[in-house]
Design a protein around this ligand. Structure first.
Ligand SMILES: [Zn+2]
Length: 57
């Protein structure tokens, strides 16, 4: 049994979350049980951190 953690965005309640899902099964929103989910590709947030100058020393 293969399981994957994927990031999804729910179009019904406008939330994103990570779901541990078995391969071949449909992801369901944990908030509203909707199947109207969009798979979010790996977010490019790491690129943003490069420009971050928010360290407080
Ligand atoms: Zn939802």
């Amino acid at each position: 049994m293969k399981q994957k953690i994927k990031e999804y965005f729910c179009r019904k309640c406008n939330r994103s979350f990570y779901i541990l899902i078995e391969e071949g099964k449909k992801a369901v929103c944990p908030e509203c049980k909707s199947e109207d989910l969009v798979n979010v590709p790996n977010s490019p947030k790491k690129n943003v951190q490069i420009n971050c100058k928010c360290s407080k020393d």
